[in-house]
Design a protein around this ligand. Structure first.
Ligand SMILES: NC(=O)c1ccc[n+]([C@@H]2O[C@H](COP(=O)([O-])OP(=O)(O)OC[C@H]3O[C@@H](n4cnc5c(N)ncnc54)[C@H](OP(=O)(O)O)[C@@H]3O)[C@@H](O)[C@H]2O)c1
Length: 345
């Protein structure tokens, strides 16, 4: 049995990490941290947990955290301040924000345009270099040995899992002009209210945003580049009118794939992900099939008319796109069954 702390426990991702850990057979203690709500019951914020988890939030005090693992479900930039102190105490850390997703802190700063003086760059350079990108389907062996996990972004999870198997065919693809279009439910933006996310603005609506410059585009390219030399993505996210779930469409034009490879692409994907517990190749890539689960469902299509591969990938942004993937990483780090606490509907 192990113990776990959740920092940012009052947020959407933190609340779901708690819910998953309550039901996890290998967790015997959960420390929920909230700076705003400390002293109050967790169920005062996460009403779904009333009479299920009756602990109070505790304040953020790193000296008092001595659990085996800590989940950092905090806004971008905060893990850089918190993780080093925990790692020095030999505590395993799973960071759910963008911090450490780039093994170079300078790259992070370029993408997130932060000039935060309080990022201890010298110290974090080393930690970032050794952090493992927590996408088990690609980096499982590295995750087993890791002390620090950079849990992937939600959009990147859906896109990378769709694109990655095509590395085998990269010579036959137009890798420098891959188009990725995503639609996400409003929970992707977290619990903080804003006019953009206000119900009357979102309901019965589709709102494109950051249409050519979303921060997840560099993350996708950064992770895929070693497998697809020269990769370039055009990424456009849209805010949908539902709460949970992402649909990502990937369009890849091929050079000369109008042959057996193309026809058998679906079978190739099935074989590729055959042993993966949380990836399903399907002809019905519906958000409704994956919300409240840790699955990523992918449909694989070839359009002979324009020699285009069309991949449709759906996930629950809060689970496979965040908290569920984080628990999957914890399972791998501690040698538990990878599916522990994650098979439910
Ligand atoms: N929502 C998604 O679909 C999704 C998916 C994948 C990854 N993520 C990433 O996961 C992280 C959490 O996302 P979220 O959607 O749960 O956001 P959220 O609902 O806004 O929750 C973030 C929590 O972090 C805490 N916090 C804020 N500033 C802090 C600080 N300086 N130090 C410690 N705690 C602080 C806040 O709690 P207190 O003020 O009560 O302490 C807040 O409840 C973000 O980095 C996000 O990008 C989100």
């Amino acid at each position: 049995m192990i113990s776990a702390t959740v920092v940012g426990a009052s947020g959407y991702i933190g609340g779901e990490v708690i819910r998953l850990l309550i039901n996890h057979p290998k967790i015997d203690k959960i420390l929920p941290v909230s700076r705003e709500h400390y002293g109050k019951p967790v169920s005062s914020v996460h009403k779904n947990l009333y009479k299920i988890f009756d602990e109070n939030f505790v304040d953020l005090n790193l000296d008092n955290i001595n659990t085996d693992v800590v989940f950092l479900a905090t806004p971008p930039g905060e893990s850089f301040n918190i993780a080093p102190k925990l790692l020095k105490k030999d505590i395993k850390v799973i960071s759910l924000s963008a911090d450490y997703r780039f093994q170079d802190v300078e790259e992070y700063k370029r993408v997130y345009k932060t000039e935060k003086d309080d990022i201890n760059e010298e110290e974090n350079k080393e930690f970032a270099k050794n952090a493992v990108y927590g996408l088990p389907e690609i980096f499982r062996e590295e995750i087993k040995k890791a002390n620090l996990i950079a849990n992937p972004g939600c959009y990147p999870t859906s896109a990378i899992l769709a694109i990655f198997p095509l590395a085998k065919f990269k010579e036959k693809l137009e890798v420098d002009k891959i188009v990725v279009d995503s639609i996400s439910g409003s929970s992707g933006a977290g619990a903080k209210p804003s006019l953009f996310l206000h119900h009357p603005e979102v309901h019965d609506n589709l709102k494109p945003y950051n249409v050519t410059n979303h921060k997840h585009r560099p993350e996708m390219e950064y992770i895929l580049r070693p497998f697809f030399d020269g990769i370039k993505l055009s990424f456009t996210p849209t805010l949908g009118s539902w709460v949970r779930g992402i649909r990502t469409d990937v369009h890849i034009f091929t050079k000369d794939m109008n042959n057996d490879d193309a026809i058998h692409l679906h079978d190739f994907y099935e074989k590729f992900y055959e042993k993966e517990p949380f990836v399903r190749i399907t002809n019905t890539p519906y958000i409704a099939n994956v919300v409240y689960t840790n699955f990523c469902d992918i449909s694989v299509n070839y359009d002979e008319h324009t020699n285009r591969i069309l991949l449709i990938s759906v996930i629950d942004n809060i689970l496979k796109g965040g908290s569920g993937q984080a628990v999957q990483n914890m399972n791998i780090m501690f040698g538990f069954d990878e599916k522990s606490g994650l098979i439910f509907r």
